[in-house]
Write a protein that binds this ligand. Sequence first.
Ligand code: SF4
Length: 408
Amino acid sequence: MDLLDTLTAKGLRGEVPTREEALAVLATTDDELLDVVAAAGKVRRRWFGRRVKLNYLVNLKSGLCPEDCSYCSQRLGSKAEILKYTWLKPDQAADAARAGVAGGAKRVCLVASGRGPTDRDIDRVTDTMAAIKDADPEVEICVCLGLLSDNQAERLKAAGADAYNHNLNTSENTYGTITKTHTYADRVDTVQKAHGAGLSACSGLIAGMGESDEDLVDVVFALRELGSDSVPVNFLIPFEGTPLAKEWNLTPQRCLRILAMVRFVNPDTEVRIAGGREVHLRSMQPLGLHIANSIFLGDYLTSEGQAGQTDLDMIKDAGFEVEGAGEATLPRHRADVAEAAQAGHASGGCGSAASACGSGGGCGPCGGHAHAPSAPAGEASEASDDELRGDLVKVRRRGAGTELAPNA
Ligand code: SF4
């Protein structure tokens, strides 16, 4: 197929496809799906070999958020029966992080619900990072706290944070339909400021919120332009008790096409399969590993994933290997750019602030309803009303905030 030959050739050179080519990936048929996965797989292996980076989520503060992100089980007014608790103590968070690292995670993602942290919250996270790095100085730490005020990004960087997560989630065009309490521009500003402070930018999307193919392509190109080093691809988890509980728009085939499109637009960027992996890819998860080079190990923020050992077995059975602590995630040319930016910051000082929190792989389902997802002609790429699969959503009842051991 000319399209896939073109996309492969561009991806192997690290070039970004045209918008039309990206849209064409989403419009491929089920008959073409394995060819799409194989083409994206060539690009993935060119830049990331057969390595899979494992990331581990620690939900520092769960629920009780004043923001109204429609996809999120922690939102204002959410009736989802999730765990609700305020800030974990540093040693509690460090215990959870240690379990993830022992399970093979290279990066720990510290996430707290809320519009943004107070300066006291930055102190708490600083203490938590110190406790984690005391036990394992090599572990990467990504922080996700929402909107940052002036100098908070710099404080996190100085305290040892490696990255900051703040997802764009969806296109600028539809953002206002999923959240009213902050704007798309707030989120862009946040990513830029975190990056400017010398933190590696982690920013991604949520698919399955009723968006169009054009919306998906828009947000993925926006992430590329922002210079996100890692792109988490969340698939909406339609939690009961949230506005998007009935938005079962995804099939495993659709998820693979979305992952492939993200890979072609971000050939040399970490692409992570984030929240909703088990719920929507289901038995097709191993095919996702041929496209993405990163996943979360174990559970998500408010929902449970499959057992950590099952993740590890899947990686091995599919012929991939867990990325080690001493291995660079990004290709050298990308890592050089990131290091130069960080060095420039260290000697100068810049940026600040971020914005309202992203889903970090678990904040969940979508909201707002934009347009109906656009399916290829004659093909049902969305679930119908009689295919609501609430039985697949398992609220987290173990790990951080409970007496039970974490899943890792
Ligand atoms: S995504 Fe973050 S800011 Fe939005 S409701 Fe959820 S926890 Fe709050």
